[in-house]
Write a protein that binds this ligand. Structure first.
Ligand code: GTP
Ligand code: MG
Length: 462
């Protein structure tokens, strides 16, 4: 026997057995589908901590011929002490035949020492047809826990509880699609009680699991600040703009801006993917719209103020943080004269004598400076940009953390998340903007970066 606990997850077809396995082992590769009979052979999944296995769950097919199975077991009169042996006889008798494929598959791990986790659906009424399955499981004599999965609501949970209490020493309600991390831990502690010899070791492993989660969240905050820094400082080598100015090639400009935008998007998505990999999501898609900055004006309602701050807020916050005065003045004027403000703020770096500048400045969006000396486009100069990036990163991370590994649907970034940066206190917004400005200047090793990481970590654990 392995030195970690092993549990077989069993029950009727289509009751969420695979979903329970997927959620608890944090494995999004477990096969789950609305089609009854999806799982045909038993498959083992483990939850590992570094390289050691905390526990193992065996995903099994549902009972198909429970009545016939129990009838076979009953064919010989056996006393209670001989029942586990009788179940073993059943498995070896039918192992090579096709007659009881599903029952053989699901009973094999149990007779090999696995504890039992029996899954039922709490939204459907209890009915005596389940008694046959529960009776067979009782015959095995193995430690047993029942899980009521409220697939479509909890209407019949109490009824189930009454029935299950008679067959199982422990009965719990667990929703694999919506349970929080704390609820996972609670359930795992219950697993530990099933095997009394290992309860202490198991409790210890669960503590480590909790600690490991904290470390991962800290790591997530680090990744998010690094990515924020990358986006805030992104500059793209754009020699083509000079050529465009010389030859008055209008068409090149939108091309360069689109390329810039595409890079921002890619960097943002890479940051999200790093987080997904850290938390073991391999096939997550989200409904968050792409970060679209190329065609928008500084204060475009649909993108910038959607994720970032509203215009009025941004003026207040920028003033509080001492952000580039030119920018604020221009925001106040409605954004049209922004480029003048940007030039007077020195953003274009002493190249006002360059002839192509006037031509280019009319073509580039206000938030996107161009250094003709260095042939560099960017970085984005809008103070709202930091809020947009932070808001989007946090929304993605929180939605991901709340998304069960058993949930095969898209990551849903809820509407109320859009306003998250706007609903912070003014003093928090000012502090964040200052820290982002420092992060841009001093990099991810700075004190400001530390403060940002701490704040993000708090948000993720709130
Ligand atoms: N809404 C909701 N759906 C669930 C829940 N648990 C499972 N489901 C859905 O129910 C269907 C069956 O889930 P599975 O985990 O594949 O069930 P199973 O018991 O392994 O099914 P078989 O392998 O076919 O016996 C899937 O479409 C799941 O997404 C739940 O808690 N809530
Ligand atoms: Mg299954």
């Amino acid at each position: 026997m392995s030195d970690h606990p092993v549990f077989a997850v069993v029950g009727h077809p289509n009751k969420g057995k695979s979903s329970v396995v997927s959620a608890l082992t944090q494995n999004d590769q477990v096969k789950i589908s609305p089609v009854s009979g999806t799982t045909r052979v038993s498959q083992r999944f483990t939850l590992k901590l570094d390289n050691s296995t905390v526990f193992e769950l065996v995903d099994t097919p549902g009972f198909q011929r429970a009545n016939k199975c129990l009838a076979w077991l009953n064919r010989q009169e056996v006393s209670a002490d001989q029942r586990p042996q009788r179940v073993k006889e059943f498995v070896s008798h039918f192992r090579e035949t096709k007659e009881f494929m599903d029952e053989v598959e699901l009973l094999t791990p149990i007779i090999n020492g696995a504890g039992i986790i029996y899954v039922v659906d709490g939204s459907l009424p209890y009915s005596p047809e389940y008694e046959t399955e529960m009776e067979i499981l009782r015959w095995t004599g193995s430690p047993r826990l029942a899980l009521i999965n409220p697939i479509g609501g909890d209407t019949f949970v109490d009824q189930w509880q009454q029935a299950l209490n008679q067959y199982f020493s422990l009965v719990r309600v667990f929703d694999p699609l919506h349970a929080s991390f704390d609820q996972h831990l609670q359930l795992l502690r219950t697993f530990g009680q099933l095997d009394t010899h290992k309860t202490q070791a198991f409790d210890h492993a669960i503590e480590e699991l909790e600690h490991y989660r904290e470390l991962k969240l800290q790591q997530a905050a680090r990744i998010m600040v690094e990515n924020l820094h990358r986006l805030l400082t992104w500059q793209q080598s754009s020699r083509r703009l000079e050529q465009a100015a010389k030859e008055r090639l209008n068409a090149l400009i939108p091309d360069e801006i689109a390329r810039f935008n595409c890079q921002l998007n890619q960097m943002e998505r890479e940051g999200q993917k790093q987080l997904e990999a850290l938390f073991l999501y391999h096939q997550l898609e989200s409904d968050i719209a792409q970060l679209q900055v190329h065609e928008t004006e500084l204060m475009d309602e649909t993108q910038w103020s959607l994720w970032g701050l509203e215009k009025r807020q941004l003026i207040l916050v920028s003033a509080g943080a001492g952000a580039a005065i030119g920018l604020i003045a221009d925001v106040g004027l409605g954004g049209t004269s922004l480029m003048t403000g940007a030039v007077s703020g020195g953003l274009l770096g002493g190249i006002s004598g360059w002839l192509g500048l006037d031509w280019i400045k009319d073509k580039l969006p206000a938030w996107l400076p161009y250094s003709a000396e260095k042939h560099l486009l960017g970085p984005v100069r809008d103070p709202n940009f930091a809020f947009v990036i932070l808001g989007r990163a946090l929304s993605h991370a929180q939605a991901m953390l709340a998304h069960s590994h058993a949930d095969r649907s898209q990551l849903n970034i809820r509407d109320e998340q859009l306003k998250r940066m706007q609903s912070l206190e003014l003093k928090t917004q000012v502090r964040l903007l200052k820290q982002c400005q420092q992060l841009r200047k001093e990099g991810p090793q700075s004190k400001a970066a530390d403060k940002l990481r701490q704040w993000i970590y708090q948000q993720l654990t709130a």
